[in-house]
Design a protein around this ligand. Structure first.
Ligand code: HEC
Length: 632
């Protein structure tokens, strides 16, 4: 094909065949569709017609460029003139160059640049194709292209996000080797970014960005989770009507959930955006509904706890929502983003005390609120740590993501002070030098370049004791988890752990496993892979009884060869009737069960030890016991 093209390029002219309008139009359309098929390669599992609203815009732009390019080519060589190569290249640059300019104005391009440039290059070549080849080759190629389009789209739709039973991937951190397993627990909601995850009972509650709620529980021993839809309606009143009125219009979403435990039953608080139908404007709100309602008459109504003021007119930045919730005593902190009203061509909401935007609010739960702190842009993360200090992670402009320690009444400076710059510029117009926070409260840390910061948690000691007390902070664009070690109010270091998922929310399970909620509604479970010699270290706590030497009667049976051996069968030990009553052999599974809670496994056993609560440690211990007492 390439040689054919070379041979037929004579002088600067390409081909001499007169073009017929209909076949060429058909060809151009097919090429455009092919281009749009390959563009969303960044979204496995989503076909082009399922893309979220903001990502459809670049698709339209590139599609329009492709069609207008074909049209120009057709005009240039109608009447059998053949096309001049210079004209072909010039019109290509013109059409796709214009589309590139439009794309530059989009705040965050979700497509990879490689797939964008690659698809455009392919489209240019294919647009020239019918000028060069005979009609038969052309018709055959057309059929092939159509087949390719059907195949690729079909593959997208069917492709599972994870393959069941695959060996978990690893993340190597400075202190641990971590197993990473991603699963699609709740159905994927195309175009619904956002949402959140929160612990509840032995499991969790998940909210999708478009307002669906699920109860999640562990299914068995592994990392598998099971989801069940909760009896709750979407709090995003009017979302469907809004999209009917404005297809492809701005996104609005749920941003966080929080459980309210009560004697009369638990309730779920949810923060979300609301569309004011009359004014055709938007607000943020916090709503509450009972969690355990089993009423047959449909889901319970949402009770509105708070609604932000004023109502925001369009256009605004739909993703600069903030929207995190956290308890402080019996009141709730609620972070509210500036929605892009940052003083550039719009009022600067974050510095205006009469506006709720760009603030952290303290809700009294009776419908009232006071401003706790101000001067925020997009506070995507909120944490009340183990010493009751309040932290906010804030999504800044390019190069200005922040970790802030909140003190009541303080002003954090946005949009008058930032370490970031405007997208595609080198400076922030309201704070051109960006050398400090200009008298406003400084962040504890700023990420330059930006990572697209999301929520944060403080790690307990259950599964990752060498991380105890550290913060884990998620990121969207960088798809990375940051472990932040803070001492004396100072960030000592930040360790990036690449996850490969847009991390929207993080929770720590009761046993210390970490769950990451992503924008594609998948959950990634991080668990600790036992250290090679961890088992032997843990066995030290067993030696006191099981290896006591120099006595006539040992306080505990010898454990050599115990894995696979008979239960309660060592000759010179006097077992309790409880253990003797257990028949069979120590399989790995039974040993794990016994070590988790000996008294539950064999009620009345004389083993006066508590067992090993940590699953990873138990696994390491059994691994060690397999070799214990055997000659190397
Ligand atoms: C305080 C002393 C003590 C400690 C500490 C202790 N054990 Fe035991 N263990 C015993 C006694 C006593 C028995 C016999 C129980 C019975 O007869 O009911 C026993 C029984 C067992 C058995 C069953 C042995 C058989 O022959 O069937 C296993 C396995 C075992 N222990 C493992 C461990 C491990 C692993 C640890 C450390 C995490 C540990 N034990 C810590 C006292 C202890």
């Amino acid at each position: 094909m390439a040689t054919g093209l070379l041979v037929r390029v004579s002088g600067l002219r390409v081909g001499k065949r007169p073009l017929l309008f209909l076949p060429y139009a058909l060809w151009s359309l097919t090429v455009a569709v092919l281009l749009l098929t390959f563009l969303p390669l960044v979204h496995p599992g989503v076909a082009v017609w399922q893309l979220p609203a903001e990502e459809v815009i670049p698709v339209y732009v590139v599609g329009a460029a492709s069609i207008s390019y074909s049209l120009l080519l057709f005009l240039a060589c109608s009447g059998g003139r053949g096309v001049n190569l210079c004209i072909a290249v010039a019109s290509g640059i013109l059409c796709y160059g214009m589309s590139a300019c439009v794309l530059l104005f989009l705040p965050e391009l979700a497509f990879s640049r490689v797939s964008l440039v690659g698809s455009v290059g392919l489209a240019i070549l294919l647009a020239l194709y019918p000028l060069v080849f005979s009609r038969l080759v052309f018709m055959l190629s057309l059929a092939l292209l159509l087949l390719l389009i059907v195949a690729v789209n079909g593959w997208f739709l069917q492709r599972p996000v994870i393959e069941a039973g695959a060996e978990p991937e690893r993340i190597i951190s400075a202190r641990y080797v971590i197993d990473k397993e991603t699963q699609q627990v709740v159905p994927q909601q195309p175009g619904a970014e956002g949402g959140a995850l929160t612990p509840y009972g032995e499991g969790f509650i998940a909210a999708t960005g478009n307002g669906l709620f699920y109860r999640l529980d562990w299914a068995g021993q592994g990392n598998q989770l099971h989801a069940e839809a909760l009896n709750l309606s979407s709090p995003l009143a009017g979302r469907d009507t809004f999209y009917e009125k404005k297809p492809g219009g701005l996104q609005f979403r749920t941003t966080d959930i929080l459980v309210e435990y009560g004697d009369g039953g638990d309730a779920l608080l949810v923060s979300h955006q609301v569309w004011d139908r009359e004014g055709d404007c938007f607000r943020m709100a916090v709503s509450r509904a009972p969690l355990d309602s089993e009423a047959s008459g449909g889901p319970p109504d949402w009770e509105r706890l708070y609604t932000t003021q004023p109502c925001i007119e369009q256009p605004f930045d739909t993703v600069e929502t903030g929207g995190r919730l956290a308890w402080v005593g019996d009141r709730v902190l609620f972070t509210v983003g500036d929605h892009g009203k940052d003083g550039r061509g719009a009022p600067a909401f974050p510095q205006n005390p009469l506006s709720d935007y760009g603030k952290v609010l303290l809700l009294d739960m009776q419908g009232g609120a006071e401003v706790f702190t101000l001067g925020h842009r997009n506070p995507q993360g909120l944490l009340v740590d183990s010493s009751d200090r309040i932290w906010v992670t804030e999504h800044g402009p390019a190069g200005g993501d922040e970790i802030n320690l909140l003190r009541e009444g303080r002003n954090y400076g946005w949009p008058l002070a930032t370490y970031g710059a405007d997208y595609n510029k080198r400076t922030w117009p309201l704070n051109p030098d960006g050398l400090d926070h200009a008298g406003f409260t400084e962040p504890v840390h700023a990420f330059v370049p930006s990572v697209a910061i999301s929520n944060l948690i403080q790690v307990g000691a259950k599964q990752f004791p060498r991380w105890a007390g550290d913060f884990l902070i998620g990121s969207l664009r960088k798809e990375t988890l940051y472990r932040v070690h803070i001492r004396e109010g100072r960030v000592i270091f930040v360790e990036p752990l690449t996850v490969g998922k847009r991390i929207r929310d993080i929770v720590e399970a009761k046993d210390g496993r970490l769950l990451l909620w992503s924008d594609d509604e998948t959950i990634t479970v991080l668990s600790r892979r036992p250290d090679a010699d961890a088992g032997e270290e843990i066995f030290d706590q067993c030696r006191v009884c099981h290896e006591r030497m120099g006595r006539d009667e040992a306080p505990a049976p010898n454990l050599s060869g115990i894995v696979g051996g008979k239960i309660a069968a060592k000759r010179n030990f006097n077992y309790s009737p409880a253990l003797k009553a257990v028949k069979g052999r120590w399989t790995e599974a039974r040993l794990l069960e016994f070590l988790q809670d000996p008294q539950q496994f064999a009620p009345g056993t004389s083993m006066g030890a508590n067992g090993v609560p940590d699953a990873a440690e138990r696994a390491a211990l059994v691994k060690f016991l397999k070799t214990y007492g055997k000659k190397p």
